[in-house]
Design a protein around this ligand. Structure first.
Ligand SMILES: Cc1cc2nc3c(=O)[nH]c(=O)nc-3n(C[C@H](O)[C@H](O)[C@H](O)COP(=O)(O)OP(=O)(O)OC[C@H]3O[C@@H](n4cnc5c(N)ncnc54)[C@H](O)[C@@H]3O)c2cc1C
Length: 476
């Protein structure tokens, strides 16, 4: 293979991938269509522009986003290094001054001798070695070309997601396992059912109707297809008091074993990953704000103390059916020299997207040098994420962010806080060994350093130097 490669999209994933390749001495042509062709959400010409929140999530190593950062730091992530340098105070979260962050990433990419930044729209999937990292708002022409390659049915344009719950936080003294009319594959029932009395249903509907929703972006409001086939529960509730009880909350074919009767309404949860640690709430796509969502959903009997690993949402999002189309190396199944990275693979979250850029960059460099691409171990956060998007059910594939529910469980029962620390320690050990065995550059000291403390100290030093008391505030 040649020693050069094309990357489409100078977002978080594309910039990270370009850096990883260029640092290995590979010549990269990075195409970014802005400013010639803007997207409906970006407002600057900079690479790695954050289109919404300026928070990149927790820095604490025993939280899933913190563990992902530790792994990325050890592996030499550009995006993370730039975020640390442009951090603003946000407690244990890593939030950045969005302009300084994007300017720094752009400057680093522009200055790299092995990267040529080309401000042009790519309208067709390249025939040469390439990484497609064109994000949730991929241009129309490229979308059409990807769809031709993959088959139209494997490309999605909207993300309509139901909330996902940590199984261990469901109160099974109230909820019960059963399939409608006992017609399931599992003996004990395929679904977890949360039964409601009429009073509980009424209270739930009142709270739902009163809850605050997210305002859709203009480009989403204007699109007539947005709600097609997947109406949010709050819109359904507005259509009539019993709409939900006859819709996703219908109780037909279900008997509560405790009362021996059919409940007035039922909320059903369906297993979402193979190991059964994640459950999604069936038919509960919603645009409620996250705080309101938690309050309303915790009114459901059995979910009073539920932990939501992902909130429901609906937004424009171009992504492929990665379980069908990609290897866990992020290579396209039909072409070894074509890789995908970022949100278009079905990974969610700024750091998760940068992480897939790093994986694609490392693997593309290996392929160009005639080495085998690597598959990160599933007990590391990088490996768990790439494993999920390439092994989830392809029938109803929906994007996913970094979370501990993706990990194989520990051999023994541990309280949650101990379990999270155990996951983190296991992941960092596995990553260290894996990097060594495969000759990947990995700085163990950086990976295991206390990032939150370092960022805190750095900001105190900067504010003292500049004689200022505060920094820009974090956007929710
Ligand atoms: C409205 C909106 C709000 C969001 N809010 C959040 C949030 O708050 N937190 C969060 O974690 N995630 C959020 N996301 C998801 C977010 O987009 C991703 O987390 C992240 O930006 C994706 O990184 P990426 O590199 O895959 O794509 P992007 O960062 O979007 O980068 C893709 C780049 O490709 C370029 N491009 C597209 N097509 C072409 C082409 N044909 N030729 C050349 N260049 C092209 C685009 O201009 C863009 O710069 C949001 C997404 C949207 C759409």
């Amino acid at each position: 293979m040649s020693q050069s490669l094309v990357i489409i999209g100078g977002g978080l994933a594309g910039s990270e991938a370009a850096w990883q390749l260029a640092e290995q001495g590979i010549q990269v042509r990075l195409y970014e269509m802005r400013p010639l062709r803007p997207t409906p959400a970006h407002v600057t010409n900079q690479l790695a522009e954050l289109v919404c929140s300026n928070s990149l999530g927790s820095m604490l190593p025993h939280k899933a986003p913190g563990l992902l950062k530790a792994e990325l730091r050890g592996l030499g992530s550009l995006i993370l290094a730039c975020a640390v340098q442009t951090a603003v105070p946000a407690g244990s979260s890593l939030a950045v001054d969005r302009d300084k962050f994007a300017e720094l990433v752009t400057a680093k990419i522009e200055a790299h001798p092995h990267i040529t930044l080309i401000r042009e729209e790519v309208t067709a999937v390249p025939q040469e070695p390439a990484i497609i990292a064109s994000g949730p708002l991929t241009s129309a022409a490229l979308t059409a070309s990807i769809s031709q390659l993959t088959g139209e049915e494997y490309l999605y344009f909207y993300d309509a997601v139901s909330p996902i719950v940590d199984y261990e936080t469901i109160d099974m003294r109230i909820a019960f396992r059963q399939s409608r009319y006992d017609k399931g594959q599992e003996e004990e029932g395929d679904y977890i059912n949360c039964p409601m009395t009429k009073e509980e249903y009424e209270r739930f509907c009142d709270a739902l109707l009163a809850a605050e929703t997210i305002t859709l972006k203009q480009f989403e409001q204007e699109d007539p297809h947005f709600f097609e086939g997947c109406m949010p529960i709050e819109v359904m509730a507005q259509r009539g008091r019993k709409a939900l009880a006859f819709g996703p909350m219908r109780p037909v074919g279900l008997i509560d074993p405790r009362s021996g009767k059919r409940p007035y309404a039922v909320v059903q949860l369906r297993q979402d990953n193979l190991i059964g640690s994640l459950y999604n709430i069936v038919g509960f796509q919603t645009n409620l704000k996250w705080g309101a969502q938690k309050r309303v959903l915790q009114l459901i009997p059995g979910l009073e103390n539920a932990e939501f690993l992902r909130y429901g949402m609906m937004h424009r999002n171009t992504y492929i059916n990665a379980p069908r189309l990609l290897h866990p190396t992020l290579q396209y199944r039909g072409r070894a020299d074509l890789l995908f990275a970022g949100q278009i693979t079905g990974v969610e979250g700024y750091m998760g997207n940068a992480a897939t850029g790093l994986v694609a960059g490392i693997n593309a460099a290996r392929l160009l040098r005639g080495q085998m691409p690597v598959i990160f171990p599933t007990n590391t956060m990088l490996g768990a994420l790439t494993h999920y998007v390439t092994h989830a059910s392809s029938k109803d594939f929906q994007p996913m962010k970094a979370n501990f529910g993706l990990f194989p469980p520990p051999p023994n029962q541990l309280p949650k806080s101990d379990r999270y620390r155990w996951y983190s320690e296991r992941a960092l050990t596995a990553m260290r060994r894996f990097a060594r065995a495969n000759g990947l550059g990995y700085d163990q000291a950086l990976a295991e350093a206390n990032l939150a403390e370092e960022v805190g100290e750095r900001m105190t030093a900067v504010s003292q130097e500049q004689g200022i008391d505060g920094y820009p505030q974090v956007m929710a």
